[in-house]
Design a protein around this ligand. Sequence first.
Ligand SMILES: [Zn+2]
Length: 240
Amino acid sequence: MTERLYLKDCYIRDFEATIVEITSHGVALDRSAFFPEGGGQLGDRGTLKWEEGELKVINTRQLQGKIIHELDIVEGLRVGMQIKGEIEWTRRYQLMRSHTAQHLISRYFQLHLQAETVSNQLKIEINRLDLSPLSKLSSDELNTITIQINALISTNMPVTISFLQRDEAIKFLEEKEYQTQYLDMVPKSVQEFRIISINEYDWAACAGTHVQNTSEIGQVFLEKTVNKGKQRERVYYSLT
Ligand SMILES: [Zn+2]
């Protein structure tokens, strides 16, 4: 198992670690701050450096509890080597901002339009989430929602991380009206849940990376919706 440094601190940009495995695709380290692709968030990119050289990490994935840092080539590396990992920060920070915005947008739609988030995907330029049950929204309605979500963001709400035991977490999130039905999909072997709280507005079980305060998000812009089936709308949003 790779120790996941981003779970407690999403702002770690570089770290030291030891190579524990080399595969044809990349390397696993004993600890890593690289976020592996999952939950709608792209995997991190960056660099692995050592005394004699450096290699680009082109993607990060998870495989059987390990974080695999995918490399174009694995030359010059050996198991046991000490390396320094550096995350491509501009890209990751953009994803942290978009991801935190997604929590707010999902909560807004749950509270005001009784629509649940059924999937989401964060990209660098444009992000999307699918909501249901939801009917087509006019551009006027989208503008109003954009204004209201930006008003929420501008209250500078702190975003905090906490850890709760599985049963305790599910009970807590049910009280907060989080969509706990999805938590059944988390393997039973996972006994500790990571809870992301946005002040007194939103609570979610999430393993992704987020900013520490909504002020870091900037402004969101809900661009359009596209119908994706009965009572299901895909909302596209970007950050400005
Ligand atoms: Zn999240």
